[in-house]
Design a protein around this ligand. Structure first.
Ligand code: ZN
Length: 306
């Protein structure tokens, strides 16, 4: 949980980060706080010191350890950026109990990357992981680790099913699938056993105007070999091929907001890719159940290089 003082100490980190930026370093600043007082400060200095280990968090911990005992389990470390693998190791070694972060770091962050050194609980000699708080993410990070996507070029697909107009606020997904699932047996030329949930968004998503009330088109479809047989009320949807970033959502459908937060809030802005205006789609296997806490589905996001 965040507290009011978290913002106060993060302001100090931002001031330290500004100093780093002025020196031509990555703009990272960090402080260690114990009993309401700053006991260590760090400024990113790898270039200045010609030593890649001079990360802001390491420097803040170094000063705190010099002044205090090595066990900092009652302390909180603040950083403008998610501590990397190196810094996460130092934080875990000194048993710092709480970590407050302004900005996630997707590829080498100790909590949100594929190398969760900060949050791992399976290393026998380490105590339980610290509490990790992201200040710029309003909801908790996903219960399951989100991995960076696989970038892949998809072939076009011919799909068949039904569609509705809806919004995130209205969320008629369950209604759509309840209407479609009993009718799948009517489809004579089905290809494979997967289900596709396709979203055709307007320009709002790419230009930042997308809100929970924005209306978009949502399809419940399966892949077909051709359009020779179309049951009444169903339509063909031709999905174009092209470059997609493919994520795996792990968890029930109700936890999707967190996956979207990761994709659009953390990954996309730093990825070097832009959203493309082709449809978005999710692929679910034949045994998929939306309320299963261990459910997985692929989330295909259309992208193009910047
Ligand atoms: Zn670091």
């Amino acid at each position: 949980m965040r507290t009011e003082t978290d913002t106060h100490f993060m302001e100090r980190c931002k001031a330290l980060a500004a100093i780093a930026a002025e020196r031509g370093e990555s703009p990272v600043g960090s402080v260690v706080v114990l009993g309401g007082e700053i006991i260590g400060e760090g400024i990113e200095a790898g270039t200045f010191r010609q030593d890649v280990t001079f990360h802001a968090e390491v420097e803040a911990v170094r000063e705190a350890v010099r002044k205090h005992e090595k066990d900092l389990s009652a302390a909180t470390i603040y950083s403008t950026h998610e501590p990397c693998i190196l810094c996460s190791y130092v934080i875990r070694h000194h048993r710092i109990g709480r970590v407050v972060i302004q900005t996630p770091v997707v590829y080498i962050g100790g909590a949100s990357s594929g190398y969760p050194v900060l949050t791992a609980s399976d290393i026998p000699i380490w105590p339980p992981p610290p509490e990790v708080v992201f200040l710029n993410v309003p909801i908790q990070p996903p219960p399951h680790t989100m991995y960076p996507p696989i970038l892949t070029t998809a072939q076009p697909r011919r799909l068949l099913g039904i569609r509705i107009q809806t919004s995130l606020a209205e969320n008629r997904a369950a209604e759509l699938w309840r209407a479609f699932r009993p009718r799948i047996a009517e489809i004579q030329n089905r290809l494979g056993a997967d289900f596709f949930d396709v979203k055709r968004y307007g320009p709002e998503l790419a230009n930042g105007q997308f809100t929970p009330a924005t209306v978009f088109e949502k399809w419940a479809v399966v892949e077909v070999t051709d359009s020779s047989h179309i049951p009444p009320g169903m339509e063909i949807l031709d999905l174009p091929g092209g470059l997609y970033a493919v994520f795996v959502h792990h968890g029930p459908a109700s936890a999707f907001a967190r996956t979207y937060q990761y994709i659009f809030g953390a990954w996309l802005p730093t990825s070097g890719y832009l959203l493309d205006e082709r449809p978005h789609f999710d692929i679910m296997g034949p045994t998929y159940r939306p309320d299963d806490p261990e459910a997985t589905e692929e989330v295909w996001v259309p992208v193009r290089e910047q």
